[in-house]
Design a protein around this ligand. Structure first.
Ligand code: SDX
Length: 392
């Protein structure tokens, strides 16, 4: 169950990685976190419990869980001066641009937890990152709509706190909808960690140089933003809206199959899963539950399900082993809850911070770990002598 990095065909980089956090069997559509199947965790656990599991290796006892949640709630506020940083952005800045900037700047505010050689500081930095991400993401949203920031309310759950900071206003009390809270918490679980994906590898590579954890997580956020990776949830919903109605689906399926057309079906395909993505199954069930409970009749969900059916019966997608991934249905739920598409990847980053932090801790606490140094297949010119400018 060790994962080996292969940066180039035939080369195994010096940044080979062994990890005990997450196991994926792409052929069987299996995803385990510390041995527990993702569907069981999504159905029966909570995001905070999964965070404890990924960080510590075992499910917590009730006492351990209370202590962990208490610690996390004590780190949910951000330094007041961080607000000044937000005011430096344009109101229409993409929330991921704000997340990259603000998280990267955290080491300037919390330099007492940047010494990676000190296990106590590593633990404090880890808790700070997990605790503050909902506050930072909610502030990015509030800033974009010109509403005042809300401080965290530590008497409610981690996910309920995030929903309140995002959708609540000072002028009136905010009641967390339990259906929305459960769906949001389940979405966070489904995005928590995923072995050595591009953004986690970015965090590990940055961390292997000894960079502080806040800078490493900011690097992961930057990588996740790409539409081939975490940006796919935003791109997938935009694609479904562009398709608009089921009768337009064949046109987009044809484009996805056309080698001359760079268009790809967003939310479909995966480097590792060559069978269904187990997270997509849970996401699809959750979408149906949330839409029904909230009484939202979103025709886009019908387009998504119809598109999935057509693609799964198309020989191109069958041959290429392309299935819906975690990003295909998540946007339908997030949209029903009230998030704009620009916030989708920020939510992915919020959840994946748990995995990034757990993977960073696993790497940095290994006394044998060395700086990552991927190799290359050189394809440039062979050695040759310099020709002075006057002779060219
Ligand atoms: C995430 O790594 C992770 O674990 C990531 C992630 C996580 O939790 O961290 O799971 C999150 O990033 C999920 C993926 C989100 N991205 C998208 O949904 C964007 C659309 N998907 C594609 O861009 C693509 O499927 C990737 C980027 C996800 C994977 O790219 P690969 O590795 O190149 O895909 P592949 O090798 O399996 O492709 C095989 C073939 C290729 O055609 P050929 O070169 O063989 O002719 O299938 C084609 C690809 O062009 N293909 C698609 C396609 N995805 C792959 N064709 C049309 N539509 C698609 N979506």
């Amino acid at each position: 169950q060790t994962g080996m990095f292969t940066f180039d065909p035939g080369f195994t980089s010096t940044a080979s990685c062994e990890s005990g956090l997450t196991f994926i069997d792409g052929g069987e559509g299996i995803l385990l976190h510390r041995g527990y199947p993702i569907d069981q965790l999504a159905e029966q656990s909570s995001f905070m419990e999964v965070a404890y599991l990924l960080l510590n290796g075992e499910l917590p006892s009730p006492g351990e869980f209370d202590d962990f949640q208490y610690t996390i709630t004590r780190h949910t506020m951000v330094h007041e001066q961080l607000k000044t940083l937000y005011n430096g952005f344009r109101r229409d800045a993409h929330p991921m641009a704000i997340m990259c900037g603000v998280v990267g700047a955290l080491s300037a505010f919390y330099h007492d937890s940047t010494d990676i050689t000190d296990p106590v500081q590593r633990k404090i930095a880890s808790h700070r990152l997990i605790a503050k991400m909902p506050t930072i993401a909610a502030m990015a949203y509030k800033y974009s709509i010109g509403q005042p920031f809300l401080y965290p309310e530590n008497s409610i759950s981690y996910t309920g706190n995030f929903l309140r900071m995002t959708f609540g206003v000072p002028a009136e009390p905010y009641e967390v909808n339990p259906v929305v809270e459960k769906a949001m918490d389940r979405i966070f679980i489904l995005h928590a960690d995923h072995e050595q994906n591009a953004s986690t590898s970015t965090v590990r590579l940055a961390g292997s140089s000894g960079a502080n954890p806040f800078a490493c997580i900011a690097a992961g956020i930057a990588c996740l933003w790409g539409p081939a990776h975490g940006g796919a949830n935003e791109a997938a919903l935009n694609m479904l809206h562009e398709i608009g109605t089921p009768d337009k689906i064949p046109e987009y399926i044809a484009r996805a199959k056309d080698k001359e057309d760079p268009f790809r079906l967003m939310g479909f395909g995966h480097r590792v899963y060559k069978n269904f993505d187990p997270r997509a199954k849970v996401m699809k069930e959750t979408a149906a539950e949330v839409l029904e409970t909230l009484g939202v009749d979103d025709p886009i969900f019908d387009v998504a399900r119809e598109l999935e059916q057509i693609a799964l019966n198309d020989e191109y997608f069958i041959e290429k082993k392309l299935y819906p991934n975690v990003d295909f249905y998540s946007g339908v739920i997030l949209s029903a809850i009230g998030f704009p598409t620009t916030m989708f990847t920020a939510l992915f980053a919020l959840a994946r911070t748990v995995g990034w932090v757990a993977q960073w801790n696993e790497m940095i606490s290994d006394p044998e770990q060395r700086i990552g140094r991927p190799r290359q297949l050189y394809t440039g010119p062979t050695m040759r002598d310099y020709v002075p400018l006057g002779s060219r």
